[in-house]
Design a binder for this molecule. Structure first.
Ligand code: COA
Length: 195
Protein backbone atom coordinates (compact mmCIF):
# COMPACT_ATOMS: atom_id res chain seq x y z
CA UNK A 1 0.00 0.00 0.00
CA UNK A 2 1.79 3.15 -1.21
CA UNK A 3 -0.55 5.97 -0.25
CA UNK A 4 -1.21 6.75 3.39
CA UNK A 5 -4.75 6.91 4.67
CA UNK A 6 -4.00 9.80 7.01
CA UNK A 7 -1.97 12.31 5.03
CA UNK A 8 -3.46 11.76 1.58
CA UNK A 9 -7.07 11.38 2.60
CA UNK A 10 -9.27 8.32 2.18
CA UNK A 11 -7.78 5.20 0.62
CA UNK A 12 -9.89 3.14 -1.83
CA UNK A 13 -9.31 -0.61 -1.55
CA UNK A 14 -10.89 -3.63 -3.24
CA UNK A 15 -11.37 -6.77 -1.16
CA UNK A 16 -10.51 -10.20 -2.56
CA UNK A 17 -14.10 -10.60 -3.81
CA UNK A 18 -14.06 -7.17 -5.48
CA UNK A 19 -16.06 -5.34 -2.82
CA UNK A 20 -14.91 -1.71 -2.65
CA UNK A 21 -14.09 -0.34 0.78
CA UNK A 22 -12.64 2.93 2.01
CA UNK A 23 -10.01 3.36 4.73
CA UNK A 24 -9.67 6.73 6.42
CA UNK A 25 -8.96 8.33 9.77
CA UNK A 26 -11.81 8.02 12.26
CA UNK A 27 -13.85 11.13 13.00
CA UNK A 28 -16.58 11.97 15.49
CA UNK A 29 -19.40 10.81 13.21
CA UNK A 30 -17.99 7.24 13.46
CA UNK A 31 -18.59 7.06 17.23
CA UNK A 32 -21.95 5.22 16.97
CA UNK A 33 -20.60 2.66 14.50
CA UNK A 34 -17.43 2.11 16.53
CA UNK A 35 -19.44 1.56 19.71
CA UNK A 36 -21.59 -0.99 17.85
CA UNK A 37 -18.48 -2.74 16.52
CA UNK A 38 -17.07 -2.92 20.03
CA UNK A 39 -20.34 -4.20 21.47
CA UNK A 40 -20.42 -7.02 18.91
CA UNK A 41 -16.78 -7.87 19.65
CA UNK A 42 -17.17 -8.06 23.43
CA UNK A 43 -20.45 -9.97 23.02
CA UNK A 44 -18.57 -12.67 21.09
CA UNK A 45 -16.58 -13.14 24.26
CA UNK A 46 -13.58 -14.68 22.51
CA UNK A 47 -10.94 -12.22 21.41
CA UNK A 48 -10.71 -9.43 23.98
CA UNK A 49 -9.83 -9.20 27.68
CA UNK A 50 -12.99 -7.15 28.22
CA UNK A 51 -16.29 -8.88 28.90
CA UNK A 52 -19.70 -7.58 27.65
CA UNK A 53 -20.14 -5.38 30.75
CA UNK A 54 -16.96 -3.54 29.80
CA UNK A 55 -18.00 -2.43 26.33
CA UNK A 56 -17.13 1.07 25.16
CA UNK A 57 -20.02 3.56 25.09
CA UNK A 58 -20.64 6.12 22.34
CA UNK A 59 -19.43 8.90 24.65
CA UNK A 60 -16.23 6.98 25.37
CA UNK A 61 -15.76 6.37 21.65
CA UNK A 62 -16.08 10.12 21.03
CA UNK A 63 -13.36 10.76 23.61
CA UNK A 64 -11.19 8.01 22.15
CA UNK A 65 -11.51 9.42 18.62
CA UNK A 66 -10.53 12.89 19.89
CA UNK A 67 -7.57 11.42 21.80
CA UNK A 68 -6.16 10.02 18.55
CA UNK A 69 -5.89 13.48 17.04
CA UNK A 70 -2.15 13.49 17.78
CA UNK A 71 0.96 13.21 15.58
CA UNK A 72 2.06 9.91 17.13
CA UNK A 73 -1.37 8.23 17.07
CA UNK A 74 -3.50 6.74 14.33
CA UNK A 75 -7.10 5.53 14.42
CA UNK A 76 -8.32 4.21 11.07
CA UNK A 77 -11.74 2.91 10.09
CA UNK A 78 -12.68 0.70 7.15
CA UNK A 79 -16.05 1.50 5.59
CA UNK A 80 -18.29 -0.34 3.21
CA UNK A 81 -21.03 1.85 1.73
CA UNK A 82 -20.45 4.35 4.53
CA UNK A 83 -20.74 1.83 7.37
CA UNK A 84 -17.79 1.08 9.67
CA UNK A 85 -16.77 -2.56 9.25
CA UNK A 86 -13.38 -2.47 10.97
CA UNK A 87 -10.89 -0.35 12.82
CA UNK A 88 -7.21 -0.30 13.68
CA UNK A 89 -5.29 1.83 16.15
CA UNK A 90 -1.66 2.72 16.75
CA UNK A 91 -0.64 4.67 19.82
CA UNK A 92 2.94 5.59 20.79
CA UNK A 93 3.90 5.31 24.44
CA UNK A 94 3.94 8.55 26.42
CA UNK A 95 7.12 7.92 28.43
CA UNK A 96 10.14 9.35 26.62
CA UNK A 97 12.26 6.20 26.66
CA UNK A 98 9.51 4.15 25.01
CA UNK A 99 8.04 6.87 22.79
CA UNK A 100 9.52 5.11 19.75
CA UNK A 101 7.20 2.13 20.40
CA UNK A 102 3.54 2.16 19.33
CA UNK A 103 0.91 -0.33 20.47
CA UNK A 104 -1.24 -1.82 17.71
CA UNK A 105 -4.83 -3.11 17.85
CA UNK A 106 -7.35 -4.20 15.23
CA UNK A 107 -10.93 -5.43 14.92
CA UNK A 108 -13.11 -6.41 11.96
CA UNK A 109 -16.89 -6.99 12.07
CA UNK A 110 -17.74 -10.70 12.20
CA UNK A 111 -19.50 -10.89 8.83
CA UNK A 112 -16.52 -9.26 7.07
CA UNK A 113 -13.74 -11.43 8.48
CA UNK A 114 -11.62 -13.54 6.16
CA UNK A 115 -12.27 -11.20 3.20
CA UNK A 116 -9.15 -9.03 3.37
CA UNK A 117 -10.34 -6.12 5.53
CA UNK A 118 -7.82 -6.89 8.29
CA UNK A 119 -4.98 -7.12 5.78
CA UNK A 120 -5.97 -3.77 4.22
CA UNK A 121 -6.20 -2.02 7.60
CA UNK A 122 -2.94 -3.49 8.80
CA UNK A 123 -1.19 -2.52 5.57
CA UNK A 124 -2.32 1.07 6.00
CA UNK A 125 -1.29 1.16 9.67
CA UNK A 126 2.16 -0.36 9.03
CA UNK A 127 2.77 2.01 6.08
CA UNK A 128 1.95 4.96 8.33
CA UNK A 129 4.30 3.69 11.07
CA UNK A 130 7.09 2.90 8.61
CA UNK A 131 7.16 6.49 7.35
CA UNK A 132 6.65 8.08 10.77
CA UNK A 133 9.62 10.20 11.90
CA UNK A 134 9.89 8.81 15.44
CA UNK A 135 8.10 5.44 15.62
CA UNK A 136 10.60 2.57 15.30
CA UNK A 137 8.74 -0.41 16.66
CA UNK A 138 5.20 -1.78 16.85
CA UNK A 139 3.97 -4.07 19.60
CA UNK A 140 0.74 -5.95 20.16
CA UNK A 141 -0.88 -8.48 22.46
CA UNK A 142 -2.84 -11.45 21.15
CA UNK A 143 -4.43 -14.55 22.68
CA UNK A 144 -2.42 -17.67 21.78
CA UNK A 145 -5.72 -19.21 20.60
CA UNK A 146 -6.35 -16.49 17.97
CA UNK A 147 -5.05 -18.32 14.89
CA UNK A 148 -6.42 -15.86 12.33
CA UNK A 149 -4.90 -12.81 14.02
CA UNK A 150 -1.57 -14.61 14.57
CA UNK A 151 -1.42 -15.58 10.93
CA UNK A 152 -2.12 -12.00 9.81
CA UNK A 153 0.44 -10.50 12.19
CA UNK A 154 3.19 -12.87 11.10
CA UNK A 155 2.73 -11.93 7.45
CA UNK A 156 3.41 -8.31 8.41
CA UNK A 157 6.67 -9.26 10.13
CA UNK A 158 5.53 -9.45 13.74
CA UNK A 159 7.39 -12.04 15.82
CA UNK A 160 6.46 -13.55 19.17
CA UNK A 161 8.62 -11.92 21.85
CA UNK A 162 7.01 -13.39 24.91
CA UNK A 163 4.19 -15.44 26.39
CA UNK A 164 2.15 -14.39 29.40
CA UNK A 165 0.94 -17.74 30.70
CA UNK A 166 -2.66 -18.05 31.89
CA UNK A 167 -2.98 -14.29 31.48
CA UNK A 168 -6.71 -14.36 30.65
CA UNK A 169 -9.24 -16.28 32.73
CA UNK A 170 -12.49 -17.16 30.97
CA UNK A 171 -13.83 -19.33 33.80
CA UNK A 172 -12.81 -21.00 37.06
CA UNK A 173 -10.48 -23.42 35.27
CA UNK A 174 -10.28 -21.99 31.74
CA UNK A 175 -7.32 -19.82 30.91
CA UNK A 176 -5.65 -18.57 27.75
CA UNK A 177 -2.03 -17.48 27.33
CA UNK A 178 -1.39 -14.02 25.91
CA UNK A 179 1.42 -13.48 23.41
CA UNK A 180 3.50 -10.32 23.13
CA UNK A 181 4.49 -9.65 19.52
CA UNK A 182 6.83 -7.02 18.09
CA UNK A 183 7.80 -5.65 14.70
CA UNK A 184 10.75 -3.36 14.02
CA UNK A 185 9.95 -0.79 11.33
CA UNK A 186 12.33 -1.24 8.38
CA UNK A 187 13.93 2.18 8.95
CA UNK A 188 14.93 1.03 12.45
CA UNK A 189 16.43 -2.29 11.38
CA UNK A 190 19.94 -0.89 10.92
CA UNK A 191 19.85 1.09 14.14
CA UNK A 192 22.66 -0.22 16.37
CA UNK A 193 20.44 0.33 19.39
CA UNK A 194 18.20 -2.42 18.03
CA UNK A 195 20.99 -4.99 18.21
C1 COA B 1 -7.99 -10.83 13.38
C2 COA B 1 -8.75 -9.98 12.36
C3 COA B 1 -8.50 -8.51 12.65
C4 COA B 1 -8.23 -10.32 10.95
O1 COA B 1 -8.95 -9.57 10.00
P1 COA B 1 -9.63 -10.30 8.75
O2 COA B 1 -10.28 -9.26 7.94
O3 COA B 1 -10.50 -11.41 9.25
O4 COA B 1 -8.34 -10.90 8.05
P2 COA B 1 -8.05 -11.03 6.48
O5 COA B 1 -9.28 -11.50 5.77
O6 COA B 1 -7.45 -9.76 6.02
O7 COA B 1 -7.00 -12.20 6.46
C5 COA B 1 -5.67 -11.92 6.78
C6 COA B 1 -4.91 -13.22 6.91
O8 COA B 1 -5.44 -13.96 8.01
C7 COA B 1 -5.32 -15.34 7.71
N1 COA B 1 -6.63 -15.95 7.82
C8 COA B 1 -7.79 -15.54 7.28
N2 COA B 1 -8.78 -16.35 7.70
C9 COA B 1 -8.22 -17.27 8.51
C10 COA B 1 -8.73 -18.36 9.28
N3 COA B 1 -10.03 -18.66 9.26
N4 COA B 1 -7.85 -19.06 10.03
C11 COA B 1 -6.54 -18.76 10.05
N5 COA B 1 -6.01 -17.73 9.36
C12 COA B 1 -6.85 -17.00 8.60
C13 COA B 1 -4.77 -15.46 6.33
O9 COA B 1 -3.36 -15.67 6.48
C14 COA B 1 -5.02 -14.13 5.71
O10 COA B 1 -4.00 -13.87 4.81
P3 COA B 1 -4.31 -13.86 3.22
O11 COA B 1 -4.81 -12.48 2.93
O12 COA B 1 -2.98 -14.13 2.62
O13 COA B 1 -5.33 -14.93 2.94
C15 COA B 1 -10.29 -10.28 12.40
O14 COA B 1 -10.52 -11.62 12.08
C16 COA B 1 -10.93 -9.93 13.73
O15 COA B 1 -11.35 -8.79 13.95
N6 COA B 1 -11.07 -10.91 14.64
C17 COA B 1 -11.73 -10.68 15.91
C18 COA B 1 -11.05 -9.62 16.73
C19 COA B 1 -9.59 -9.93 16.91
O16 COA B 1 -9.19 -11.07 17.03
N7 COA B 1 -8.78 -8.85 16.97
C20 COA B 1 -7.36 -8.99 17.21
C21 COA B 1 -7.10 -9.15 18.66
S1 COA B 1 -5.36 -9.23 18.99
Amino acid sequence: MKRHADSNGPLDVRLKDGTPIVIRRACSRDADDLARLDQALVSEGLWTVRDPRERVSVVEELKRIASYDAPDRLLLVALERGRVIGETALKAHKVARCAHVATFSISVAGEYRGRGVGRALMGAACAWADSHPTIEKLELFVFSSNDRALSLYKTFGFVVEGRRERYVRFGPTTYVDDLVMGRLCPKAAGNPRNG
